[in-house]
Ligand binder design. Structure first.
Ligand code: NDP
Length: 342
């Protein structure tokens, strides 16, 4: 399948490129700069050489018509996977920095596809558990999440702080996508992938550790000793392996039955306390980890929510296995030397 993947420089997208290429799909990925394209090119030289991987520059998804050119290709695209969206809390203006790129980026690409890429049959959008969860309900014991659950965040609440702003950005963008399909009746059907915290190997080249994506920063901070005296609350207690998230994005356009569905992809529960214990056990070189009596970071007392899982692969080994298997804590950042950087 000829696929357009947006946000190729991202943590999840890097794994998605890998799955796409290994499955034999022909990929064009959008990145913001030529430098970012060159980095990916160097990693996948053999695929670039045989014409299976190419690039399109889209510097800012928040601009009207940003994707007008990128959606046009020869041979034409059959599927689009849209992962690009800001996920960070380092913002001055929630609307401009988070909500606009998420919403305009999503509606913008759908408009461009409808206008100029009629051969596209399926669009897969990376949404989030943030678009499902209702923050006011806490852990909501006894509730089973389904596709009907939506974060009820209002525009006003979304403006209150960057965390709300991010959740609002994902909620409004996903809603806008479903509304687009309902109202505009395009040639394509939609699937959304709604992961909770995504962890796993960092395979995309980082310019520096400061550029580490938001979900993995928690692991970095733990290893750096920032949780030594008190472990912060875990927030969402659900996680998923990035490799499964990547598989889900690809399966969502490969499988006809994935049309018109939202997928909450998860591997199960985690707490920040467990995360620290796992690092301690498997990476003895990190000395400043919390002890068993350090306060914070545990599961809530309340009985746990039952989650309605729709995952393409529920059988991945647990979190402990993940960190043993991977080089999660030995980032290969440019100008730094592996794990010594932490
Ligand atoms: P990254 O920050 O690594 O990836 C974000 C991607 O979006 C990058 O390629 C980034 O480009 C691009 N991007 C952001 N803003 C713009 C913009 N204005 N114009 C063009 N490109 C832009 O994070 P993830 O890989 O984690 O996130 C990917 C997707 O997954 C996002 O939609 C995120 O909301 C979603 N998600 C992530 C979860 C997680 O725990 N990681 C959980 C649930 C959902 P650049 O690198 O050039 O900045």
């Amino acid at each position: 399948t000829r696929v357009l993947l947006t946000g190729g420089s991202g943590f999840i997208a890097a794994h998605t490129i890998d799955v796409l290429l290994k499955r034999g799909h022909s990929v064009v990925t959008t990145v913001r700069t030529q430098e970012k394209a060159d980095k990916i090119k160097a990693e996948y030289k053999s695929y670039v050489d045989k014409g299976q991987l190419d690039f399109a520059l889209v510097p800012d998804i928040a601009q009207e018509g940003a994707f007008d050119q990128a959606v046009v290709s020869d041979p034409p695209f059959e599927a689009v996977v849209h992962t690009a969206s800001p996920f960070h809390f380092n913002v001055t203006d929630v609307q401009k920095d988070l909500i606009d790129p998420a919403v305009i980026g999503t509606t913008g690409i759908l408009k461009s596809i409808k206008k100029s890429a009629p051969t596209v049959k399926r669009v897969v959008i990376t949404s989030s558990f943030a678009a499902i969860v209702d923050g006011d309900k806490g852990f909501w014991p006894g509730h089973t999440y389904s596709e009907d659950d939506w974060n009820p965040m209002t525009t006003k609440e979304g403006q209150e702080n960057p965390i709300n702003g991010y959740r609002a950005s994902k909620t409004f963008a996903e809603k806008a996508a479903w509304d687009f399909v309902k109202n505009e009746k395009p040639n394509f059907s939609l699937s959304t992938i709604n992961p909770p915290m995504v962890y796993g190997p960092v395979v995309h080249g980082l310019l520096s550790l400061e550029n580490l994506n938001t979900s993995n920063q928690r692991i970095l901070y733990a290893a750096q000793g920032k949780f030594k005296d008190e472990i912060p609350p875990s927030g969402v207690h659900l996680w998923v392996d990035v490799r499964d998230v990547a598989e889900a994005h690809v399966a969502a356009f490969e499988k006809p039955e994935a049309a018109n569905k939202r997928f909450l992809t998860t591997a199960g529960y985690f707490s920040n306390k467990e995360l620290c214990q796992i690092i301690k056990k498997n990476f003895p070189q990190y000395k400043d980890l919390p002890s068993d009596s350090t306060p914070g970071g545990d599961y809530p007392e309340e009985q746990f929510v039952q989650f309605y899982y729709k995952t393409f692969d529920e059988n991945r080994a647990g979190l402990a296995q993940l960190y043993k298997e991977t080089s999660m804590l030995t980032f290969e950042a440019q100008g730094t030397q592996g794990s010594a950087a932490i």
